[in-house]
Design a protein around this ligand. Structure first.
Ligand code: UD1
Ligand code: CA
Length: 454
């Protein structure tokens, strides 16, 4: 493949979003719009990706920070002082690519592409047809707001923007998708563009007819799918729904039962195994994998977590945790970061775990907080047990050996170690380590007195 570089336009005001967050940082299926664009192109190994940001907008730094933390490392930034239009934005990248002889792909940062094969076909087409520019068009049901493709004798002639289009042009439903492949004639064309339009902006789209005027070939690749830009929150929602439908159909096709597709949210990257049933009200956020034969019930939220086969999660909140096989959680429990819940564990209602390893077959059935703990196998943690892990400054560890039985309402004052097969009496406050095979009781003795002597 011919070598190429990319310019991503992300300096626009995004006025229509009515937001203090830059438009390209708004999320689609958990990932900022610009993240979608960057990921789809980085797989194709461009020489450099130049992102155009607004110089005067402080929120540009959030885009820069996000991209700098991504695992794509050939990203460079240029700045546009004032937002005079898409061609003016491209002009800011000229210093970097003036003498570049590969393809220059230009992508509007608000056009999340879900399939990068269109970029390859743009570049191939540009070469095959010996063109100086190939644009990606798309046929859409509602072309309102987009630049329309104007053809003459079936060939691309120019692009006209919505605000500058006449009535018959407005009826055209083939639009400019905002993705282009140029050769270096781009720079000459851009220097000629004038803001002769209703918005008084330098339109990148004018480069097409200008290049044609140079006597060069201009051409078009039409996408098989609708490619939409996102300018406002309605379009963001529509894109979200489109992705969600695609994801849900894919899961259904692969053996997952979803009882009510309208009331669930499932991130595009979720992995879900066969015969798992997703009940109404479930929210599966990014980076979740759920194995086969699981049941995920009502108003559960799961993010950055793995769930092993045969597990049942009801009305619970699970974040950054690993849950192994045949585990039952909930209703109404909170499994927090660093929790590793091993096979056959049962965590019942109103319990919380954090940075805790729970051994096989152990149970925390009711109303407990277990944090910074290592708990062995076959342990029963009684109702209301608390690991008192924090002294206001530091966190401390609680260890409990296998087959121990922690009675109800026990306070374990960490750091503390409880051995194997220990029995702790209900209501105890344990401040010292307890060796294996012991019974421990640490509560005041009950006294019964006559009321009149009190
Ligand atoms: C643009 C196209 C239109 C196309 C549509 C596809 C132009 C003139 N029109 O319209 O033909 O159908 O995209 O989605 O390009 N930007 C800057 N600096 C600026 C202005 C814009 O960086 O001064 C960036 C924006 O951040 C955005 C892109 O350029 O990523 C396009 O700008 P936008 O205002 O969204 O153009 P549209 O009206 O959507
Ligand atoms: Ca746009």
């Amino acid at each position: 493949m011919e070598h190429f570089s990319v310019i991503i336009l992300a300096a626009g005001n995004g006025t229509r979003m009515k937001s203090s967050l830059p438009k390209v940082m708004h999320k689609l299926s958990g990932k900022p719009l610009i993240g979608w664009t960057i990921e789809s192109i980085s797989d194709l190994n461009p020489d450099v990706i130049i992102v155009v940001l607004a110089a005067k907008r402080s929120s540009s730094s959030t885009i820069k920070e996000y991209l700098s933390n991504s695992n794509v490392n050939n990203i460079d930034f240029v700045y546009q002082n004032d937002q005079f239009g898409s061609a003016h934005a491209v002009m800011q990248a000229e210093v970097k690519l003036k003498n570049y002889d590969g393809c220059i792909l230009i992508i509007n940062g608000d056009v999340p592409l879900f399939d990068n094969s269109v970029l390859l076909s743009l570049m191939k087409n540009n070469k095959k047809t010996n063109s100086s520019v190939t644009i990606l068009s798309s046929k859409v049901k509602n072309p309102f707001g987009y630049g329309r493709i104007i053809k003459k004798n079936g060939f691309l002639e120019r692009i006209v923007e919505e605000k500058d289009a006449n009535l018959s042009e407005k009826r055209i439903n083939e639009i400019n998708s905002g993705v282009y492949c140029f050769d270096k004639n781009l720079w000459k064309a851009i220097s000629i563009i004038k803001p002769n339009n209703i918005k008084n902006e330098y339109y990148l789209t004018d480069a097409i007819s200008i290049i044609k005027g140079f006597g060069k070939n201009i051409s078009l690749v039409t996408s098989k799918h609708e490619i939409k830009g996102i300018n406002n929150r309605i379009e963001l929602l529509q894109a979200e729904l489109l992705l969600k439908t695609k994801k849900i159909n894919n899961l259904l096709d692969n053996g997952v039962t979803i009882i009510d597709s309208l009331s669930v949210y499932i991130s595009i990257d979720a992995k879900i195994g066969v015969d798992t049933v997703i009940y109404p009200g479930v929210f599966i956020d990014i980076n979740v994998s759920i194995s086969k034969n699981c049941i995920i019930k009502g108003a559960s939220y799961i993010i950055n977590s793995k769930i092993g086969s045969g597990s049942i999660i009801s009305y619970s909140y699970i974040e950054n945790a690993i849950i192994k096989k045949n585990v039952t959680i909930g209703p109404f429990s909170h499994i927090r970061h660093g929790s590793i819940i091993n096979n056959n564990v049962k965590i019942g209602n109103f319990s919380e775990t954090k940075k805790t390893i729970l051994g096989k077959n152990s149970k925390i059935s009711h109303l407990s907080y277990i944090g910074d703990a290592k708990i062995g196998e076959n342990v029963n943690v009684g109702a209301g047990t608390i690991t008192c892990n924090y002294d206001g400054k530091k966190k401390y560890i609680t260890t409990i050996g296998s087959k121990s039985f922690i009675g109800s309402n026990v306070n374990l004052i960490a750091p503390v170690k409880i051995g194997d097969e220990v029995l702790i009496a209900a209501g105890s406050t344990i401040t010292n380590d307890v060796p294996s095979h012991k019974f421990v009781i640490a509560r005041t003795k009950q006294k019964i007195k006559n009321r009149k002597n009190l």
